[in-house]
Write a protein that binds this ligand. Structure first.
Ligand code: 16G
Ligand code: ZN
Length: 537
């Protein structure tokens, strides 16, 4: 019998549009009505990935994050919650772009041979989706794909992206020494709530935190989380929580809108003294903001969250006198991208005295680099990030005895933080609690947190070009190798501005080229950005 008879039969129900598909920094992402065949084929790939991991469960998240509601996308998650391994991105594209049934079968056979896959091996897949109206039909396409290769699939319904990463890791570590928690949404809320309460109980609560949930999945998720914690310990007021009305998701609200436009979500009354934050459409990003005494909007972005976290954890480690067993210090480091504000980098290096490493844009690059530290803090300026604790660090927190009350308290705080902070991926809800814990400990206002350093003015622009593939970034996206000569022209302009910095890179998620500029004043920043846009165009 033909092993792939069912694949061929089912794939006829998911016809492929005449289009080239790319698995980019955020997986496959595009207009939702183009995704049916892609997601069916991702179902096939997920089964093969699970088989190649000897039956471990693989995750699939259906979301287009902060992008418009009519978009959707899909991302695969490895068994421990990491992003898909690089080689498999190529396989994903081979499957998605196979133009005929024969080509599809050939692509499957190629993967099976290259990865030495035993087709008899059991396969398990879990899926979740954000609140987009296109989600349920796409889940159905995925189910068809998984079943066409006899895999078993569990549908977790609507979840945040980090929750799907969490349950994937929980399922695969259950009953092992690395067990991560109960593989359910309730287990997730309980894990975060327990860790948060360990620190927050007995502390004076801060004023209410207003949360713009981007009219997305973060709204119901945060409501559940807050209920699990209890409002005597965490007062949240959720705004933009309408997930029922079409067209509202991410529209003039959410973390991406706030970061890019550097203003509060539309329709929100931001009063001095209030504390605000915004999530994005799948709740894996968060930024904070407030209005100063004069009513001016002030943003606390991913860089500010990273410096807050790094500073706090450094002080705890110092306080706890936690070291490796042989007495060598724990290595703390911060990972940033070219988008990090220059002031934040200087602050981390010069004031916090923490080493900074740069990677190209995209969470997987940062995550990978952060794994090289005992405590690796990584954040993109856009608010996506987390803190990774190495096994050695966790061991040090557990093995250090603590000679005084304050040493023991710091050790307990470090252990709790490693539970509170999502170790699989950046997580808006977990990051929100982390920030709250730091602010609780020091009873800091957002204004006081912001006072650590002053951001240089920055500006981001998009330029529509003929072919963005002609722009080849190097040196962690800070320069262009091609088109030939362009970088020299950019450098020539940058040199004219005080504290000038500017880079150009092709977007991995949109058909445009991005221009980022920084300089001493707002006017200079705008001049630099527009001049460089003109050169690129
Ligand atoms: C994706 C990436 C994000 C990156 C952004 C850049 C993940 C999960 N997300 O959203 O890290 O900042 O793309 O978009 O990797 P761009 O290439 O369009 O500038
Ligand atoms: Zn997102």
């Amino acid at each position: 019998a033909n092993t792939f008879a069912l694949v061929v039969e089912s794939s006829a129900k998911h016809p492929r549009p005449d289009q080239q598909f790319t698995y980019g920094t955020a997986g496959f992402r595009m207009k939702a009505d183009l995704l049916d065949s892609v997601i069916f084929r991702v179902g096939l790939l997920a089964v093969l990935r699970s088989k190649s991991h000897r039956g471990k469960t693989v995750g699939v998240m259906i979301t287009a994050s902060h992008n418009p509601e009519h978009d959707n996308g899909v991302k695969l998650v490895e068994p421990l919650g990491e992003m898909l391994a690089q080689a498999w991105e190529t396989y994903a594209m081979d499957l998605a772009n196979a133009a005929t049934p024969d080509a599809l079968v050939a692509a499957l056979n190629k993967i099976i041979a290259a990865e030495n896959i035993d087709l008899a091996q059991h396969a398990a897949v879990v899926v979740a989706r954000d609140t987009r109206p296109s989600g349920p039909a796409l889940v159905a396409s995925l189910v068809d794909g998984v079943k066409a290769l006899a895999g078993v699939i569990t549908d977790f319904g609507v979840m945040t992206t980090p929750q799907l990463h969490y349950v994937t890791r929980c399922i695969n570590t259950k009953g092992t020494p690395d067990a991560y928690g109960e593989p359910t949404a309730a287990g997730y809320y309980k894990k975060l709530a327990d860790a948060y309460l360990k620190i927050a109980k007995g502390r004076k609560p801060l004023s209410a935190l207003h949360v713009d949930a981007a009219n997305g999945v973060g709204a119901p998720a945060l409501r559940e989380l807050a209920a699990t914690i209890g409002d005597q310990h965490l007062g949240v007021v959720i705004a933009n929580d309408d997930i029922a009305t079409r067209g509202k998701l991410n529209h003039n609200c959410g973390a991406d809108f706030v970061k890019i436009s550097q203003k509060a979500p539309e329709g929100i009354d931001l009063k001095p003294g209030q504390r605000w934050c915004s999530l994005d459409g799948d709740a894996d990003r968060i930024v904070f903001y407030y209005a100063d005494a004069s009513g001016k909007f002030k943003l606390l972005d991913g860089d500010k969250i990273a410096t807050l976290a790094a500073g706090y954890i450094m002080s705890l480690i110092r306080e706890a006198k936690a070291t490796h067993a042989d007495g060598t210090p724990l290595k703390v480091g911060l990972v940033q991208t070219a988008y990090a504000n220059g002031s934040s980098t200087a602050y981390v290096r010069d004031t916090l005295k923490v080493p900074v490493v740069f990677t190209p844009t995209g969470v997987k690059h940062l995550h990978h680099e952060a794994e090289h530290f005992d405590v690796g803090v990584y954040f993109e300026a856009n608010g996506h990030g987390t803190v990774l604790f190495s096994k050695a660090a966790v061991k040090a927190f557990e093995a250090t005895a603590g000679k005084s009350e304050s040493e023991r308290a710091a050790l307990e705080a470090l252990r709790t933080l490693s539970d509170l902070i999502n170790q699989t991926v950046g997580d808006a809800l977990s990051d929100m609690l982390m920030v709250e814990v730091v602010l609780l400990g020091t009873q800091q206002t957002l204004e006081a947190w912001d006072a650590g350093y002053t951001d240089l003015p920055s500006r981001q622009e998009k330029v529509k070009v003929q072919n963005r593939a002609l722009f080849v970034p190097i040196k962690a996206d800070t320069e262009l190798a091609e088109p030939a000569g362009l970088q020299d022209k950019i450098n020539e302009q940058v040199a004219k501005f005080r504290k000038g910095r500017c880079f150009v890179r092709p977007s991995g998620t949109e058909d445009i080229v991005r221009v980022y500029a920084e300089a001493e004043t707002v006017q200079e920043t705008e001049d630099l950005a527009y001049t460089v846009c003109g050169i690129v165009f």
